[in-house]
Design a protein around this ligand. Structure first.
Ligand code: ATP
Length: 360
């Protein structure tokens, strides 16, 4: 395993696109630490697969360098990079048995036969396919085939990293949980460097130690799931992560106070740098408390609608003309004359979409 360093990577798919300034990756400068479990998370088209293919060598970046440890691998072909990859759809040999499929990458690397037998047996147990070891892969279900793909990626212990590109898309929902915990367990045990591409926040947050959030060809934040939840560096991160996402409301800052309409909003930080553009406040629906109007320190709101989502309700309201969602436990009564309170510590101030603290 090795630390993977991405040094000022930019990528345009054609020279014409580059001339037009149309880059799939704009500027990626980041390291995946040795033995870390990372998720690359972002909406469709933000550049996740492009970045993964640059790491594996399927693509050469237009600019920048990739290093595995001290070694510059930018110009090396995929087979010279010693990387295992698991794709969205199973890549296995239909005419081979399950066991032969798992043994294949080890035989290729001339691992001694007794060791291959032991490693294949162990992996068969991990992915729950011992009973089908001698069955041809052709007749298996899509779930089982994808388990073989995962097993083939994980069976090698000598790789620099394992890259996963939306590997659970074809898996049924229950099995997704099973395989995700298997990946987590194997990671904890063997500490392989794993990079896992997904556009599904639940998948990213449950799998990864660190989540790399991408937006429009750039990395906007790298953090633990808690950091992304509590302190989104960019309003996009706040909105994309969470269900419903963070409330983002236009505001003004005057005399060290943040204001929405005429209401003074308690915030952690109400100092906007001079020349800052559009100012916004971000607060998660989980931190908005619905109270009766007149409660000390409360701000009056108008409730537009209430959506039942099982154990909780989403209350859609307006505060000084700005939309505000609150998450309320099922069973909690809704006041007729509603107001909200929140802790200043839970309210973030953004200028031009970036968290002000982070820019200072
Ligand atoms: P998805 O989740 O939909 O796979 P992604 O985040 O992986 O999206 P990429 O597939 O890396 O995004 O695409 C990034 C950008 O590059 C997109 O604008 C896409 O249209 C463009 N792109 C991808 N492949 C090519 C290609 N072969 N030629 C030209 N443009 C491409």
């Amino acid at each position: 395993m090795a630390r993977i360093r991405l040094d000022h990577i930019r990528h345009a798919y054609t020279p014409e696109l580059a001339r037009a300034g149309n880059y799939a990756l704009r500027e990626i400068d980041h390291a995946f630490e040795d033995g870390g479990a990372y998720a690359l998370l972002g909406p469709s088209g933000c550049g996740k697969t492009t970045l993964l293919n640059i790491i594996s060598g399927l693509l050469t970046p237009s600019e920048g360098h990739i290093r595995f440890g001290e070694r510059d691998v930018t110009m090396l072909a995929p087979e010279q990079r010693n990387i295992a990859q698991v794709f969205q759809f199973p890549v296995i040999y239909d005419t081979m048995t399950v066991a032969q499929n798992l043994a294949f990458p080890l035989r290729n690397r001339r691992v001694p036969e007794p060791e291959i037998a032991a490693r294949v047996r162990e992996m068969l147990g991990r992915i729950g396919l011992e009973a089908k070891a001698d069955r041809k892969a052709r007749g298996l279900t899509a779930d089982e085939k994808q388990k073989i793909s995962l097993g083939r990626g994980l069976v090698r212990s000598d790789v620099n990293a394992i890259l996963f590109d939306e590997p659970l898309t074809v898996i049924d929902p229950h099995m997704k949980w099973v395989l995700r915990s298997l990946l987590k367990e194997l990671h904890r045990e063997f500490r392989m460097t794993m990079v896992y591409v997904t556009h599904d926040q639940t998948e990213a947050l449950t799998f990864a130690e660190k989540v790399v959030v991408m937006y429009d060809g750039e990395v906007v934040q790298i953090g633990t799931p808690e950091e992304l939840f509590e302190r989104p560096r960019h309003t996009f991160v706040g909105y994309f992560i969470g269900s419903p996402g963070m409330n983002v409301m236009d505001c003004r800052v005057e005399d060290g106070a943040a204001l929405i309409g005429g209401e003074r909003i308690p915030t952690r930080n109400a100092r906007a740098p001079s020349g800052a553009g559009k100012l916004e406040l971000g607060i998660r629906p989980e931190f908005v408390r619905l109270v009766t109007r007149g409660t000390p320190g409360s701000l009056p709101v108008t409730i537009d609608k209430v959506e039942d989502i099982g154990s909780e309700r989403i209350v859609r309201a307006r505060l000084g003309g700005e939309k505000l969602a609150a998450l309320v436990p099922e069973g909690q009564g809704l006041p007729a004359d509603a107001a909200v309170t929140f802790d200043a510590a839970a309210v973030n101030l953004y200028a031009d979409s970036w968290l002000i603290e982070e820019r200072a």
